[in-house]
Design a protein around this ligand. Structure first.
Ligand code: UDP
Ligand code: MG
Length: 312
């Protein structure tokens, strides 16, 4: 019989864990496969770990990995994928925004061997703040123009993958992880299922605007170096403008003499051009910073405790 591993990143999810666990065990009964639930406790400060320990004691399908601190969802997903032993592996949020009911359909699709992955995306951004929606849309349109790796708008991390695909993802060991890109980068045939946005079952979202903004920069720098090319192009354009202006100033001086004037325009030009310079330097710095982190080669996560550490 096939085994399905379900990876659930959890950060301060004490409010939903019980609802989630009940739901997933219920759904598992309808699917003809063995199950393994890997809960990754991403350094939660609430009772998440205690609840997980309890579940793992009474249900041997439940496994958990507890991090030494909060490493972020990307690290949690990577840890889960690494630990998963199933023939098929799913990633699912703990808050039931990724409906477990879809799992059966996803699994049946993969069984046909026609696809290696069934992924989900949301149909609309209903229920999301307007400003966030706007920036999300902008992010997807910018990143997709810059990279040949397709980053699907509205894609969720919820997906069921074949063992082959999971192994390929594990080979991508970069520190700055942008999974939405990595899933697409490794290739394989993916079927997309769209559903309406579902509100969190309980608890609060762990993302704020600033975190999302940083995550979007992460995505762009991880999957394209186009911003570097752009800054070079901006540099060239400014050189051309400067050359034309030099010619203009020379001829103007030769024809009309050299009365001292043009202070305001000089200041404007200096401010504008130095702004552009700093902007381009910032882009370079961003890549340098990412490279710095990669070169350090730090572990993506650190485990404090797993289900193997507690006596059953
Ligand atoms: N999460 C995590 N580490 C973090 C932030 C979030 O493991 O640092 C988990 C969280 O517990 C949840 C999933 O990632 O299972 C999605 O988080 P959330 O629901 O807060 O994000 P949203 O659905 O609002 O985008
Ligand atoms: Mg959520």
């Amino acid at each position: 019989m096939n085994k399905i591993s379900i990876i659930v990143p959890c950060y301060n999810e004490e409010d939903v864990l019980k609802i989630f666990y009940n739901k997933i065990t219920e759904v598992s009964k309808t699917i003809d496969a063995d199950f393994e639930y890997i809960f990754v406790d991403d350094g939660s400060k609430d009772k998440t770990l205690e609840i997980l320990k309890e579940y793992s004691k009474k249900d041997n399908r439940v496994r958990f990995i507890s991090f030494s601190r909060n490493f972020g969802k990307e690290s949690a997903m990577y840890a889960g994928l690494k630990e998963a032993t199933g023939d098929y592996v799913a990633i699912m949020d703990a808050d039931l925004q990724d409906p477990p009911d879809l799992l059966k359909e996803m699994y049946e699709t993969l069984l046909t061997k026609e696809f290696d992955c069934v992924a989900t995306k949301r149909k609309t951004r209903k229920g999301e703040p307007i400003l966030r929606s706007f920036f999300s849309r902008m992010f997807y349109s910018i990143i997709n123009k810059m990279t040949s790796t397709e980053i699907v708008n509205g894609a969720r991390d919820y997906r069921l993958m074949s063992r082959k695909m999971v192994d390929s993802i594990l080979e991508v060991t970069e520190y700055n992880r942008f999974s939405k890109g990595i899933f697409s980068w490794v290739g394989f045939k993916t079927k997309w299922i769209a559903y309406d946005n579902i509100e969190r079952a309980a608890g609060k979202t762990k993302w704020n605007f600033w975190k999302l903004f940083k995550y979007s920069i992460e995505g762009i720098t991880a999957f394209t170096t186009t911003p570097l090319v752009m800054s070079a192009v901006i540099g060239i354009i400014f050189c051309i403008i400067a050359f034309i202006m030099i010619l203009f100033v020379i001829f103007k001086t030769l024809i009309y003499g050299d009365p001292v004037s043009g202070w305001p325009s000089t200041i404007c030009i200096i401010l504008f051009v130095s702004g552009i310079q700093l902007f381009c330097l910032g882009i370079m710095g961003e890549y340098l910073a990412k490279e710095y982190m990669e070169v350090k080669n730090r572990p993506i996560y650190i485990v404090k405790e797993t289900e193997k550490d507690i006596e059953k």
